[in-house]
Design a protein around this ligand. Structure first.
Ligand code: ATP
Length: 204
C-alpha cells in the first residue's frame, strides 16, 4: 500500500513528520509520499516559494527510508486540486491500494474540496485523529464509506473512509511563522536542519 500526505509545509514541522511516520507504521506502508502543494485552493498563498518549501522537506526527510517527496503538484502548477493529484497517481500505481491521509482539521472541510466525492474513486481517505476522538460523520455519502477494518482497505484499491488515531502534537506552521517573525526560538518544533535553512535564507 502507498500512502500520500499532502500539505503546504510552510514550513514542515514535527506535527507532520511524526504523524506521517506513525501512519506508515500503522498500515505497514511500503512508502509514504509527502506532496507539497503548489497553490493551495482553500487558503492564503504560502509565504515561501514552492522550491524553498520543497528544499525544507528534503532536509527534514534526509536519510529516512520509505518517506519520500512527490513533486507532481509543483510540476503541474496552478491550483493544487487533490482529485487531479490522485488521478495521476492512480495511472502510475495500477490497482494497488492508495491511502490519502488528512488531519481532522482538513477532514472538517473535506466536502468543500473540488470534486471531493471523486477522491474516493482513486483512493481511500484516512483521517488522522487524536486518541479518544469520536468521529462524527453526518454526510450520507461519507457514512456509507466508513469502515473500521484495515483488511477492507487492503483488499480494495480505493473507496473507503477510515479513522486512525495518532499522536497529535500541538504544532502548527502558523505558530512557527509567528515565533520566527517575533525573533523567538522555534527549537524543538521542527528539525534543526530546517531551522538552519530558514535562518540562512531569512524566511518568515
Ligand atoms: P498552517 O498553520 O500554515 O495552516 P499546518 O501546520 O496546519 O499549516 P499544513 O501543511 O497546512 O500544516 O497541513 C498539512 C496536513 O498536515 C493537514 O492534513 C493537516 O491536518 C496536517 N497537520 C498539520 N499540523 C499537524 C499536527 N500538528 N499534527 C498532525 N497533523 C497535522
Amino acid at each position: 500500500m502507498i500512502g500520500i500526505y499532502g500539505g503546504t509545509f510552510d514550513p514542515v514541522h514535527f506535527g507532520h513528520l511524526r504523524t506521517a511516520l506513525e501512519v506508515k507504521e500503522a498500515f505497514a506502508l511500503d512508502e509514504i509520499r509527502l506532496i507539497p502543494c503548489f497553490i493551495p485552493p482553500h487558503r492564503d498563498s504560502p509565504s515561501v516559494p514552492a522550491s524553498m518549501r520543497l528544499r525544507m522537506l528534503e532536509l527534514a526527510l534526509e536519510g529516512r527510508v520509505g518517506m519520500t517527496i512527490d513533486t507532481r503538484e509543483m510540476d503541474r502548477g496552478g491550483p493544487s486540486y487533490m482529485v487531479e493529484t490522485l488521478a495521476s497517481l492512480r495511472v502510475e500505481i495500477g490497482d494497488r491500494p492508495l491511502l490519502l491521509f488528512i488531519g481532522a482539521d482538513a477532514f472538517a472541510g473535506l466536502t468543500t474540496w473540488y470534486q471531493w466525492q471523486r477522491l474516493f474513486e482513486f483512493a481511500h481517505v484516512v483521517v488522522m485523529t487524536r486518541p479518544g476522538f469520536n468521529e462524527q460523520v453526518v454526510d450520507g455519502f461519507l457514512t456509507s464509506r466508513l469502515t473500521e477494518s484495515r483488511q477492507v482497505l487492503k483488499e480494495h484499491s480505493a473507496g473507503y473512509l477510515f479513522f486512525q488515531s495518532v499522536t497529535r502534537l500541538e504544532i502548527s506552521a502558523t505558530a512557527i511563522r509567528q515565533i520566527i517573525a517575533k525573533h523567538r526560538d522555534p527549537g524543538f518544533l521542527l528539525p534543526e536542519s530546517v531551522i538552519q535553512y530558514i535562518r540562512q535564507h531569512k524566511l518568515y
